[in-house]
Structures are given as C-alpha cells and as structure tokens.
Design a protein around this ligand. Structure first.
Ligand code: IPM
Ligand code: MN
Length: 379
C-alpha cells in the first residue's frame, strides 16, 4: 500500500472545519483505492503569529519543502491580525518560496449545482483558468514618495530571476504611492507553455487575458511571449482578451472557454467571478503547483472568520482541492472517485449546506461524500 505523508495547514477561521472534511474524504478514498495518509499538522495562522510573532519561519519552510504536496485550509483573520500580514507573510510567501508558479483553478459547474447564469448548464461551464502565481503586481515592490526627492531600492528575488530597481523619485505632489508590476520572460514563458499543453489535452483552445491596450509595456510583452510559445503548438486555437471584456464573456458565453491563461492579478480577479458562475466560493478549489517541487492545494475562498466554529460552510471546495492534490500525487483514480462522489452528493440535493439552499452541516456534507466514495467503490 502506498503511504503519503502530507503536511496540512488548517489555518484560520473556517479553515480547520473544512480541512477536517477534506481529510475525511481523502482518507475514505484511500480505503477504496489502496493508499493511506499520514497528516503532519502545521499550526500556522493568526494564533501562531500572535503567540510567536512569526508568520512562517525558514525552518518550517525548509521542512515543508521536503514534501510533494501541502493541504491548506485558509489563512487570515482580520479580527486578530492586521489585514495582509498572513496573506502576504504566509500564503504568498509559500507560493513564492516553493515557486508554485501555476495557480490552477477549474471553473466547472458540477451536475446538481445551479449557476446564477440563466439557461447555462454544466455542459456550458467547464474550463480552466491558469493564473500565473509568482509575478506581475504580486511582486511586492512599490513604495511612497513625499514632496521632493526620495530614493528607493527595490529588490525582487524569485527562483527564476532577480531584479533590482534603484529609483530617484521626484514629485511635487504631497505624497504619491506606486506599485511595480514585473513579469519576466522565464516566468511568462513557463506559465503560457503549461497552458498550451493543458489546452492540447483538452479542446485545443487557449485564451489569453491581459490589458495590453493600456498597460502596453508589461502586457505587450506578455502577448509577444504568448505568440512565441504558440509557435510550438500550431494545433491550439488562440485568442487575446482584455480583462474587462473577459469578465463579460465569462457571464455571457462561458461555453466559449477551454483554457484561460492570465497574469497574476487579473487571474485573481477573474477566478472569483469563475467561482460564482460555478455555484460560489464553496465550490471552487485551486492548486498552487510547481510540477517539480512542493505544491499546495486549497479552497479558493477565504477564512470567513464570522462563520468559524458554526459547522456551517460548504466543505466541497476543500474536498475537491483534496482530489486535485491526490491527482497531483499520482492517485488519478482516487481523484476521479472523489469528484464523482461530490457530484453524486450534489445531484441527490439532500445533504447540502446553506449556500446551496440546504441546512446540513459542514461535517454532514463531508461524511456524506465519504460514504459515497466508499459505497461506489472503484469508478
Ligand atoms: C486568492 C486570494 C489570495 C490572492 C490572497 C488571500 C492573498 O485572494 O488565493 O485568490 O490574492 O492570491
Ligand atoms: Mn483571490
């Protein structure tokens, strides 16, 4: 029997509740598909930060780096810690540290779920957003300048490249603020290449998202690379989309899309929209992937601290993220079995949480899906 050792970060807010259900289902699938899992609990998040004053230590990062996959609940609790500290200090830190350059977010309307878009069915909403996950306006470099002359040394260190900016900022404004978006040839090439490959395995259609009509430097470069990479994939049909227009098309013609590749920030924004057309954040999983390193799987939604401890929120996004994780670890059949069980639960329309119009608890939904996984056996 294969045995997996997987670090799990339950995190803040509803994180621990949804992660408990994800573990339950991943373990149930292990009984059917013949693996077991040894969870290594990592207590990161608001409480850890308040107790120790550290977001995540180098030692912890090094330890996590010894594993293939991390299972993450959710990080951040505005009631305890200033907004952004844990998001930047733990979540983004891990994405960058492990060079998880692919943020893979399926936008798939499962059977048994209602989309808010009239007349669209699960046949119409079934695509992937591939979000670049380490660069762009998430580079974390920027600053402020007050009236007069000021100097800034900004450093960007990534696995693939580094860049330094020495800025003399002269302004007659009272104060200015700026944020520098940076994309590299290496970083852009690899995410676009991954997307072409994914499109090739699907319906051979890749859509690029940018704002090259306004941010001509950064996204003009993105487009150039998109076209260069495309020369290696003549069988893939492509199109360029401005980010504002793509939000419109996601709603109007979701069936148009197969694989959508986007720079980090636009990818962040459009995947919240993607989540809504597939039934809500409770149904939206994501993988932060480094194909050669340590990847991390999480529900897309936040920690929703107001719901903490109520056993109320939908665990399906987290369970689905668990399926993506098992698939990444090589358990393709188990992943398929989990997704089939999720769909069966949804089609039954009996055991569902409040966001889907039901009154079942988080743990009821997890138990129901675990039951189905076991009852259906190998699918
Ligand atoms: C997401 C989240 C994060 C992001 C935040 C919490 C830093 O919104 O995973 O989409 O912006 O990437
Ligand atoms: Mn987001």
């Amino acid at each position: 029997m294969t045995s997996y050792k997987i670090p799990v970060i339950p995190g803040d807010g509803i994180g621990p509740e949804v992660i408990a259900e994800g573990k339950k289902v991943v373990e149930a699938a292990g009984e059917v598909y013949g693996y077991d899992v040894d969870w290594v609990v990592m207590p990161l998040g608001a409480d850890h930060y308040l107790e120790t004053g550290e977001t995540v230590s180098e030692d912890t990062l090094r330890e996590l780096g010894g594993y293939r996959a991390i299972y993450l609940g959710s990080l951040g609790d505005e009631r305890k810690v200033k907004t952004g500290i844990l998001e930047k200090g733990v979540l983004l830190k891990m994405r960058f540290y492990f060079d998880q350059y692919i943020n893979l977010r399926p936008v798939k309307l499962l059977e048994g779920v209602d989309t808010p878009i009239k007349n669209k069915t699960s046949k119409d909403i079934d695509f992937y957003v591939v979000r670049e996950n380490t660069e762009d306006f998430y580079a974390g470099i920027g600053g402020r300048g007050v009236k007069g002359l000021s100097h800034q040394h900004l450093k960007l260190m990534r696995e693939t490249f580094s860049a330094k900016f020495d800025l003399d900022v002269l302004t007659d404004s009272d104060e200015i603020a700026y944020q520098i978006g940076v994309i590299s040839k290496e970083g852009t090439w690899r995410i676009i290449d991954y997307s072409y490959k994914l499109a090739q395995q699907r319906h051979k259609h890749l859509s690029s998202v940018d704002k090259a009509n306004v941010m001509t430097d950064i996204y003009g470069f993105w487009r150039e690379i998109f076209q260069d990479v495309g020369k290696g994939y003549p069988d893939v049909k492509t199109d360029f989309n401005f980010v504002d227009a793509v939000t419109m098309w996601f709603v109007k013609n979701p069936e148009f899309f197969d694989v959508v590749v986007a720079p980090n920030m636009f990818g962040d924004i459009i995947t919240d929209l993607g989540a809504m057309i597939q039934g809500g954040l409770g149904l939206a999983p994501g993988g932060n992937i480094n194909p050669e390193g340590t990847s991390m799987f999480e529900p897309m939604g936040g920690s929703a601290p107001r719901y903490k401890g109520l056993n109320k929120v939908n665990p399906i996004a987290t369970i689905w993220a668990g399926a993506l994780m098992m698939e990444y670890l090589g358990e393709k059949e188990a992943a398929g079995g989990i997704l089939t069980a999720i769909e069966k639960n949804l089609v039954d329309r009996k055991v569902r949480t409040y966001d889907l119009g039901g009154s079942s608890k988080t743990s009821d939904v997890g138990s129901d899906i675990a039951r189905i996984v076991k009852e259906q056996g190998r699918v």
